[in-house]
Design a protein around this ligand. Structure first.
Ligand SMILES: Cc1cc2nc3c(=O)[nH]c(=O)nc-3n(C[C@H](O)[C@H](O)[C@H](O)COP(=O)(O)OP(=O)(O)OC[C@H]3O[C@@H](n4cnc5c(N)ncnc54)[C@H](O)[C@@H]3O)c2cc1C
Length: 512
């Protein structure tokens, strides 16, 4: 349906239209701060030949509200989780309620020459779900369904992790999922999806059995092994924002374990002996153990005062507490943890225990994968750098997720998620706040860069596409490796003119 003639679909009854939304607060009609008209070809963005306001046309054409600068709620809706990107503000936000709304919005943006971007949970690590044009936000699409016979969870494109957990918990089922309840399932699944279940269930996108997508031409397509199989392949790890806007996902779940051993342990002493002991113990552990091990950096000043790097171990074992204590015996032999919880819990009680709700801030991630055990030399290097942190008002951390198991049972080319055959994923989180000066932030970023390069010789040059790292130069080969040529061919077929584009997007395949 052409966007101009589209009318609110049946979902529109009782929903705030642009007019009722605006009537509830400040009218944006007069205040509407259109992005400066942008010349594209021979047309000008933001104008119609007849002088009609294209935003009014969009608002009349979709069932969800269109929110403009000055409207109530605009500022919060525009904000990305990574506040580094907060200054890029959309000319308008289409809060879509259906795939049809998404299709209409895409066609509208193309017709009036506005750049567009998809937004689900807004947690893009590099803040890539921002635009100066139209933000197509799926957050009102929160339906979930569960087919108990086949144990397939179907979730709409705007569901966040918390909604996925609810749908699974209600049906005693699980998948590989993360720990942050506000991350969007769309971004999580499209880029792969890693978490404590990775060694037993693989990456989350390994369990994807179907998806619905709206492509650059505004067509709604079903994706599965049987329908549009190439694009389905690309949506299993090719990363959000590259091929279209996915409006639903069907995921093969498995029965959730009745109980697990959940552990949270902190060590603050004998760190030089503890880190190798703990990493070696977890390296040798059965795949039934899922772990995140996090090292907190300290400044030289903290070090001089007697503080040191601390170790935070989070573990989920499909087995009894005694088994976890046996696995960790080499670390316990070095030092007793200063804080310790090791407890058998129901599966979803354990997920609440592991949950990591956090608030938006400015941050930078960098990451590598490792094959084999992390060597003594690599550990010495990392501890040296962790003790040279320039310091911010928040933190700098280096975390390790034990990978492998089921994730390595899938060949790199079977899905677009190429990172197979590794044993560890290592990721830095550097966070800072408003009170940190520009000079201090620059010093921190330089420290992170130097630290990253010091670790490079021990790692494999691959980075996980869901923790987008804006400082990566060779991001396409790091995110996609040998799968890149096929991804570029698919991009050429479905979006040759790059309607879906962001700084690290997959380009269409060059003709030569
Ligand atoms: C605090 C935090 C914790 C995290 N924890 C984990 C974790 O445990 N495991 C893990 O694997 N990852 C984790 N991540 C990374 C996370 O999976 C990615 O950042 C993911 O892309 C976020 O998805 P989103 O929908 O929230 O983000 P958004 O910013 O909305 O979108 C991310 C990208 O996907 C595009 N996009 C958004 N919606 C759609 C859609 N419906 N269809 C197509 N493209 C779309 C956007 O344009 C953007 O390019 C975490 C990130 C943060 C910030």
């Amino acid at each position: 349906m052409p966007p101009d003639s589209a009318v609110p679909d049946s979902g529109g009854a009782g929903h705030p239209t642009r007019r009722s939304f605006v009537a509830g607060g400040i009218s944006a009609a007069g205040l509407g701060v259109l992005a400066a008209p942008r010349r594209t070809g021979n047309a000008v963005a933001g104008r119609t030949p007849g002088g009609r306001d294209p935003w009014e046309i969009l608002a009349r054409s979709i069932s969800g509200p269109v929110v403009r600068p000055g409207d109530p709620g605009y500022a919060a809706l525009a904000l990305p989780y990574n506040l580094r990107a907060a200054s890029v503000r959309p000319a308008g936000i289409a809060l879509c309620r259906s795939a049809r709304d998404v299709a209409t919005s895409i066609r509208w943006a193309r017709k009036y020459h506005f750049p567009l971007v998809g937004r689900s949970g807004g947690h893009s690590a590099a803040g890539y779900s921002v635009t100066t044009g139209l933000m197509i936000d799926t957050k009102l699409m929160t339906q979930t369904a569960f087919d108990a016979t086949r144990r397939i969870a179907t979730i709409a494109g705007g569901v966040r992790n918390a909604g996925v957990y609810q749908a699974l918990q209600a049906n005693d089922a699980t998948i590989t999922h993360g720990r942050c309840p506000t991350v969007g399932a769309a971004g999580f699944l499209l880029g792969g999806g890693i978490g404590l279940n990775i060694r037993t269930l693989g990456v989350a996108s390994d369990s994807l059995v179907a998806s619905q997508i709206v492509t650059a031409d505004g067509e709604i397509a079903t994706l599965s092994e049987k329908e549009n199989s190439g694009l389905f392949w690309a949506c299993r790890g090719g990363g959000g924002g590259n091929f279209g806007i996915n409006t639903s996902f069907s995921i093969q779940a498995v029965p959730a374990p009745r109980s697990v051993t959940a552990a949270s342990l902190t060590w603050t002493t004998k760190i030089d002996r503890l880190v190798p002991a703990l990493l070696a113990a977890v390296h040798e552990s059965p795949v039934r153990l899922g772990t995140w091990i996090t090292l907190d950096a300290v400044t030289p000043r903290q070090l001089a005062k007697g503080e040191d790097v601390s170790i935070y171990f989070l573990g989920q074992l499909l087995g009894p507490p005694a088994e976890l204590r046996r696995i960790l015996a080499p670390a316990y032999a070095v030092a007793r943890p200063s804080e310790s919880t090791v407890k058998e819990m129901g599966y979803w009680a354990a997920q609440a225990f592991f949950s990591e709700a956090s608030t938006p801030s400015e941050f930078q991630n960098r990451a590598f994968y490792f094959c084999g055990p992390v060597s003594g030399e690599a550990i010495d290097t990392m501890l040296r750098w962790l003790r040279r942190w320039p310091g911010t008002s928040i933190y700098a951390q280096l975390s390790f997720l034990r990978t492998g198991g089921r994730a390595n049972a899938v060949a790199p080319h079977e899905t677009a998620f190429v990172h197979r055959g590794n044993d560890w994923y290592m990721i830095w989180y550097l966070k800072w706040g408003k009170e940190d000066s520009r000079a201090l932030v620059a010093e921190n970023l330089a420290w992170l860069d130097a630290f990253y390069h010091a670790m490079a010789p021990y790692a494999i040059p691959q980075a996980y596409q869901n923790f987008t790292d804006p400082s990566l130069k060779d991001y396409l080969s790091q995110y996609y490796a040998s799968n890149l040529p096929r991804l570029e061919r698919i991009k050429s077929a479905v979006d040759p003119t790059r309607v879906f584009h962001f700084p690290q997007a997959i380009p269409p395949r060059r003709a030569w």
